[in-house]
Write a protein that binds this ligand. Structure first.
Ligand SMILES: Nc1ncnc2c1ncn2[C@@H]1O[C@H](COP(=O)(O)OP(=O)(O)OP(=O)(O)O)[C@@H](O)[C@H]1O
Length: 238
């Protein structure tokens, strides 16, 4: 079963910029897939298409087996954006409750407070988000995903900006989602993180999939993901 399946996805901004050009790949249940690519390669455009934040122009996207525009698909997935824009006038508890409410869920206060304390935000659950640092906001986004535990979690550079301790815990928690048979699409430039937790890699360049293979195989072949990417970029085959 694939939690996300994308076939032949195109997307252009106006007539000039073709941001996605025939993109296709899948995220199998019980896996972490790393999404990599240089700036402007189309990663955010791809993710926005998956969440129907941009209206797809050609191709198909299925989430949990349902077309991505349907309520069934939208219930199956959670999106952690690359920015840290959270409603500042809410407390973390109110924000978490609101997000869970979108999925028809109620959050267990103890579970949530426990995650806040494990992510080094002990006692901050009832504080206004206005008083949270950048890293605390990123961790709050992540905690929401861990509480709502959807079939598919898509993380757009959300982990960039959290400290090493939180990153270590985040990796363990994401592996926990995978072990429950859920899946994660993790967009990050952090090669070591991807080598540790991604089962497969999708590498985009100029809106096209250049590599799509198991991480272990790519590391065997190129020595590391970093060498694979820089080798490709320096080879001038773009
Ligand atoms: N709103 C927009 N209007 C016009 N062009 C856009 C818009 N958003 C993105 N683009 C263009 O689409 C292409 C893909 O951009 P996108 O943001 O998807 O890349 P990305 O891989 O997420 O980049 P980054 O790593 O910098 O976040 C780029 O050429 C970008 O300039």
């Amino acid at each position: 079963m694939n939690d996300l399946e994308i076939i032949g996805l195109d997307y252009s901004y106006g007539r000039e910029v073709k941001a996605l050009d025939g993109v296709g790949f899948s995220v199998p249940s019980g896996s972490v897939v790393g999404l990599l690519g240089p700036n402007g390669s189309g990663k955010s455009t791809l993710i926005k298409n998956v969440f129907d934040l941009l209206e797809s122009q050609a191709g198909t996207i299925a989430v949990g087996g349902s077309p991505h525009t349907t309520p069934e698909a939208k219930r199956e997935a959670v999106y952690l954006s690359s920015n840290d824009y959270l409603p500042e006038f809410l407390t973390a508890a109110e924000y978490v409750a609101m997000m869970a409410g979108f999925y028809g869920l109620e959050v267990d206060r103890e579970d949530a407070a426990d995650l806040f304390s494990r992510f080094a935000m002990d006692g901050r659950y009832d504080d206004l988000i206005e008083n949270f640092s950048h890293g605390m906001r990123k961790k709050t986004q992540l905690i929401v995903a861990l509480l709502v535990r959807r079939r598919l979690t898509v993380i757009d550079e959300t982990l960039n900006g959290v400290d090493l301790e939180a990153l270590h815990l985040a990796e363990k928690e994401l592996a926990g989602l995978r072990d429950e048979g859920r899946s994660v699409l993790l967009c990050t430039h952090d090669f070591p993180v991807l080598e540790r937790i991604a089962d497969e890699i999708v590498f985009l360049d100029h809106g096209r999939v250049v590599f799509n293979a198991p991480t272990a195989g790519l590391v065997d072949e190129y020595g590391s993901l970093e060498r694979m990417v820089y080798g490709y970029l320096e080879a001038g085959e773009r």
